[in-house]
Design a protein around this ligand. Structure first.
Ligand SMILES: [Zn+2]
Length: 138
């Protein structure tokens, strides 16, 4: 299922903070053992699933890293990212979930999270350059 489009407006410092939590969560994702079994150090919400043929399954979720974004139209929009490790069938699947405004979580790979962070930083750059150009021509 393709999630609905979600929106957030944010100031430049908030865009930096969102980029920072995206990079941070992507690093956490990449540093996590890909081996099924042990609880990752960052596990904040843990759920055991039932025994399967290969052993115990589990769902590990990090805490949510969040930024409250405010724009001229949209205010108090939470942008959150968390890391998940799903142990099932003797294998571990690592993923990340982005939640904007409490809507349906959007699954991201670490590469996609970093790409999104870079796009935010590029938008901040473009905006800063536009502001500098506008003040230089005054
Ligand atoms: Zn756990």
């Amino acid at each position: 299922m393709v999630p609905d489009r979600v929106y957030a407006e944010m100031t430049m410092p908030q865009a930096f903070m969102v980029a920072e939590i995206l990079f941070g969560a992507a690093d956490l994702h990449d540093l996590t053992s890909p081996v099924h079994g042990n609880c990752p150090l960052w596990c904040a919400t843990h759920q055991d699933s039932r025994l399967d043929a290969v052993g115990r399954g589990a769902f590990h979720c990090s805490r949510q890293f969040s930024v409250e974004a405010h724009g001229p139209e949209l205010r108090k929009v939470d942008v959150s990212i968390s890391v998940l490790a799903i142990d099932a069938g003797g294998q571990r699947t690592l993923t990340m979930e982005l939640v904007v405004a409490g809507r349906e979580p959007i699954r991201l790979t670490a590469a996609e999270a970093r790409q999104l962070a870079v796009q935010l930083l590029n938008a901040v750059d473009a905006h800063t350059t536009a502001l500098a150009d506008a003040s230089a021509t005054r």
